[in-house]
Design a binder for this molecule. Structure first.
Ligand SMILES: [Zn+2]
Length: 401
């Protein structure tokens, strides 16, 4: 067990913990992923929604193209590989693009639920890659939905797609056939018709067709391989650059086919950061007796950890994690993270116990791996999850016809 927190100051070279007030909390309510579909729905006069993202103007036909893992900063850093996306960025480059915030943690399951439900993680209840299911006391992987739990008990809210469909808006999702029946699709993207297409080109062509199929339409489409190559090979690898070039052409292919009166929004679920393979940058929880002391379950992912303490050890675990991680992570108790708005302005009762007793969000270029329990995740080159701009800022690029 670590020394009690009050003794830490006896050591002059002990790092001071990062002040939680310095964390750039997502802009829930006016500039986050959870605000995009409600703003579009308000523009389509779907009952129950109001305009949240000030800069967006209504369109009759609306397409959201979500590129997994392609953050705002990554587009800005690669104008040669992404000439079309770069032309949409805004500022001196032309276009009217802007960054919005993904939400915390910046991870796919959380962000897709924020997009689809139009609610922040504290309400939709997918607040991490893995979180504890309070009903059984075990970790639940929300991307793979393992172990299985009833989807509509876990996330009971209707999606914006369902509400738009009910209001007579032509609504469709165009994605990989793999995702047709997944619980994550059910809780985040239900509503209207799901169309599975294997290739990006087929998805773009069908998305354009679906947009034209109604006078008022809402179409969602998705591409995963930028994220996949970033995890395996890194953000600046040849494989990743190749995927960026590929997706840049896909966006242009869709833009070229848009029917009249359409707004195409290109966005992402999170950015990505490469972490070096050395002991300073990769802290192995499974080999670290100080971090493990008093911990019953380690959830989340490398840069956004939910730490579930053995009952009674919550304060000790918080003090120890703060001391060990110093200025490398923002380390908050559950109550502190909730009060700071990390998961949104409100937390539903059923979501409370899914959040860690301690929540640790990376500030520096470091991750907390778990070499024994998470061998695959621990071997990733590119990762994401925290609140730093490179992970948190996602594009909101716009093409209008
Ligand atoms: Zn990812």
């Amino acid at each position: 067990m670590a020394q009690p927190a009050h003794m830490a100051s006896a050591w002059p070279d002990e790092p001071t913990p990062l002040a939680l007030g310095t964390a750039p909390v997502p802009e829930y309510g006016s500039g986050s992923l959870a605000d995009l579909l409600p703003t579009i729905a308000a523009g389509l006069d779907v009952p129950g929604f109001e305009h949240r993202i000030a800069e967006l103007t209504p369109a009759d036909r609306n397409c959201v193209f979500l590129i997994d893992g392609l953050g705002w900063e990554q587009i800005k850093a690669h104008p040669d590989e992404a000439p079309y996306l770069t032309s949409l960025l805004g500022g001196s480059r032309g276009g009217s693009g802007r960054p919005i915030t993904a939400g915390f943690p910046a991870t796919t399951a959380t962000s897709l639920a924020s997009v689809g439900t139009g609610r922040p993680p504290g309400e939709h209840g997918l607040p991490g890659y893995t979180v504890r299911d309070p009903a059984v006391g075990e970790l639940m992987n929300q991307l793979r939905w393992k172990p299985w739990t009833p989807p509509h008990v876990w996330q009971p809210y209707p999606t914006v797609f369902q509400l738009a469909d009910a209001a007579g808006v032509h609504t469709a999702q165009v994605s990989s056939p793999t995702f047709r029946e997944t619980p994550l699709t059910k809780v985040a993207l239900s509503g209207g018709t799901f169309h599975g297409r294997l290739t990006g080109e087929e998805r773009m062509d069908l998305a354009a067709e679906q947009l034209a199929a109604g006078d008022r339409s809402l179409v969602y489409t998705y591409y995963s391989e930028v994220d996949g190559s970033g995890h395996r090979f890194g953000v600046d690898s040849d494989a990743w650059r190749g995927q960026l070039m590929c997706v840049d052409r896909l966006v242009q292919r869709l833009a070229d086919q848009l029917p009249p009166r359409t707004a195409l929004y290109v966005t992402a679920d999170h950015g990505m950061i490469d972490i070096p393979f050395d002991e300073q940058s990769r802290i192995d929880f499974d080999e670290d007796w100080e971090l493990r002391a008093g911990v019953a379950l380690l959830g989340g992912e490398g840069r956004a950890r939910h730490v579930y303490a053995v009952p009674g050890a919550e304060a000790d675990v918080l003090a120890c994690w703060r001391e060990v991680l110093g200025e490398q992570f923002w380390v908050a108790s559950r109550d502190e993270a909730i009060a700071a708005g990390w998961f949104g302005p409100a937390i539903d009762e059923r979501v409370h116990g899914r959040i860690g007793d301690v929540v640790a969000a990376a500030h520096d270029d470091v991750i907390i791996t778990a070499s024994v329990n998470e061998p695959n995740e621990s071997a990733m080159v590119g990762v994401h999850g925290s609140m730093t701009p490179v992970e948190q800022l996602v594009p909101l690029l716009e093409v209008r016809t």
